[in-house]
Unconditional design. Structure first.
Length: 302
């Protein structure tokens, strides 16, 4: 017989849409909760990253220079300005000395000077010319050739304020000396400069006398004296007479205040220059002797 079979009592009583599987464990609801927790972690990480922004590079740190420590440097004491070194020549003794007719003779060498300084005068000398007996200038009727060399003989070009001369000698040598006194030291300096110029320009000159005699001087270059006074000295060969008798001389000029001293030493027996120096001494030695006498004269002035 057909008809609808009655439902089994064993059929489930839960609705068809009810979740089935009564065998599933009771922990399923916990799985849903685990699915959401990691999402929260991710969100937190994202927030942290957004805040941190590692992709934005921090600007390099600018080092802060330490504040300089104020150091007080002591100010050095101002040193005096260094003045340029100027070498001032030592003043010449007697540069402004004033000689006259009463003191000029003190500039002339004495026999004692010669006998102690000149080899050929050791055995003694006698005076050949007395002071005050020889006038200044060329002998009457004489002239110098060339004329421009005249002051090589007369020392000055015009008559001085005062003139004196003397001479000493023996069989081996003579020593002739003149002194001219000018108005003042400035005039003497000017005359001395002119004399030096003439001496330099006249290596050879001659004196022609009124009788036609001729004396010729051939001079070596003048050397500057090494003493305390302005001075020059030179060696000369002199020839005289028709047979040109030859003698060796040493001559010099010394400026002392307002006076010029001129001297000539002649070796009477020496033909060669070496022999003349052996008899007279060297030019430097003779010049030193004259200057020593001049220095004594300066010191003796009132």
């Amino acid at each position: 017989m057909s008809g609808t079979a009655p439902e089994s009592s064993d059929a489930p009583r839960t609705p068809s849409d009810a979740p089935g599987g009564g065998d599933e464990p009771a922990s399923r609801p916990g799985r849903r909760t685990g699915r959401w927790w990691w999402l929260g972690v991710v969100a937190v990480v994202v927030v942290i990253v957004l805040v941190w922004r590692p992709w934005v590079s921090d600007p390099p740190a600018v080092p802060v220079a330490p504040s300089p420590t104020a150091v007080t440097t002591p100010t050095p004491a101002a040193s005096p300005s260094a003045a340029p070194t100027v070498t001032t020549p030592a003043p010449v003794p007697g540069a402004d000395a004033v000689f006259d007719e009463t003191t000029a003779a003190s500039l002339l060498a004495t026999s004692a000077d010669l006998e102690s300084k000149v080899p050929a005068a050791v055995d003694g000398v006698t005076r050949r010319v007395e002071p005050g007996t020889v006038p200044w200038g060329l002998p009457e009727g004489s002239r110098v050739d060339p004329e421009s060399c005249t002051t090589a003989v007369t020392v000055v070009g015009t008559a001085p304020t005062h003139h004196d001369a003397t001479a000493w000698g023996n069989e081996e040598m003579t020593f002739v000396e003149d002194v001219v006194v000018l108005l003042d030291a400035a005039a003497a300096r000017a005359s001395f400069r002119a004399l030096v110029t003439v001496v330099d320009e006249c290596p050879r000159y001659a004196l022609l006398d009124a009788d036609g005699g001729r004396t010729t001087w051939t001079a070596e270059p003048a050397l500057e004296g090494q003493g305390v006074f302005p001075a020059i000295v030179q060696e000369i060969t002199v020839r005289t007479g028709e047979d040109d008798e030859t003698r060796q001389q040493t001559t010099g000029h010394v400026l002392v205040g307002n006076a010029i001293v001129t001297w000539t030493a002649t070796a009477l027996r020496a033909e060669a220059r070496d022999d003349a120096q052996a008899a007279l001494g060297t030019p430097a030695e003779l010049s030193a002797m004259v200057e020593q006498r001049a220095l004594s004269a300066v010191r003796a002035l009132p």
